[in-house]
Design a protein around this ligand. Sequence first.
Ligand code: MTE
Ligand code: MO
Length: 464
Amino acid sequence: MAHDEQDGPADRPTGSTRAGPPRRPPGSPGSPGSPGQRTAALFRTAPPGPFRTGFWRSPIRGPWLTSVFGLVLLAGITIEFLTGLFSYAAYNPRLGPVNDQTPGKGILGFYLFTWPTHPYWLYRLNQGVHVTLGVVLVPVLLAKLWSVVPKLFTWPPTRTPAQAIERVSLLLLVGGALFEFATGILNIQLHYIFPGSFYTLHFYGAWVFIAAFAAHVALRLGIMWRALRAIRLITVLRTDTARTEPEPPDSSGLVTSTPSRPTMSRRGALALTGAGALVLMAVTAGQSIGGASRRTALLAPHGRNPGRGPSGFPVNKTAAQVGVTAADIGPAWRLRVHGPAGTRTFTRAELLAMPQHQAALPIACVEGWSADDQQWSGLRLADLAALAGMPHAASVEVQSVQRGGAFSTVLLAANQIRNPLSLLALHVNGADLSADHGFPARVIVPACPGVNNTKWVSDLTFRK
Ligand SMILES: Nc1nc2c(c(=O)[nH]1)N[C@H]1C(S)=C(S)[C@@H](COP(=O)(O)O)O[C@H]1N2
Ligand SMILES: [Mo]
């Protein structure tokens, strides 16, 4: 592919282009000064500033440094894409539009599968990795963009149709990366400023980005491999700033022909990027790992100090925040269980008189934070299905007393109903649920995204 036209003769400040086109009266027929030719000449001369070859002078820019960052991103973004697809499957285990507000996803949902309930920490791991790695990759992404920034200012913007296609694909690549990282970070920091659903944007954006990413990898893998082999890492790690030199000139367009004195060695650039990534990890990972590390999660928007006692674990939305009132969850509260045999209604005391079961399960939010395993107790969803006359129910629609909001109704699948750890919990850690954790009753299902663990449940509808 025709890449790296940076050093083409046109943007060298030498030769005839520098002198500019000969001046002739505008529009004289057939003269070299005709409008078309003047435009062509204009395009041959790079405008001043970043479009000129001499503008980018860092001696460490070159295929090796770009390839190191590229290799890290290749691994990291592959993991991000896979954990993202898994997360989507977990949220919407082929259950139709109730759990999934993504309109017309059509063929993009081709891969959806029934999300398992084993091991019970699966979603916590998946989402902890997705969110933590996404944050940690930010300095690497910025370093990679810095390393290739001269190529954004190639002049003329394109010479050939093939090059035009490549530049559009790079636009999708860089734009797609910035879009995915920006939407993800805004969402985990709870800035819901999106037009429409974050979820829909992030999902469609991911497919556009990954298409451009795959094309880019296919085109550059060989170049990356050769660049990495051209300089040994150990050599880079032994080279200080004073002895740092540009790579030999090549066709990549990344190596400057007018190097300035180095202000940082390549190992310094690696250390700076790596340190940035480690600091971000240190202030993020604790929200997913939990335990004592939770206090180090300075960037966590939720629950760094969730308090003590049986309900001392993070709350996503409080009862007050979603408009659930004391009357909604007071003595007048009832659980209605719907099935082919009709509807049965229970008070909380009646539910407590039935056989209670235990499960130690975490809550893992799509936004990456999670609560450690808590001791829940209550009724098995499988027992409630049997009560409804549907021991082999294919799905259950869980309805909250909460009025409106995307999370007030959720569908769970057959494997989630069947798992003996799936509960309609009445107690946590030996005490009544707190109002904010879903009193009088909430769903808790192993390996399930937090968003599907409905709080303040009022109705369960079992279906074939
Ligand atoms: N009715 C209702 N249930 C809900 C929610 C909600 O907003 N309304 N939020 C969900 C989300 S997104 C998460 S992560 C978990 C959090 O549970 P917690 O607040 O007890 O930690 O509850 C889920 N259950
Ligand atoms: Mo959540």
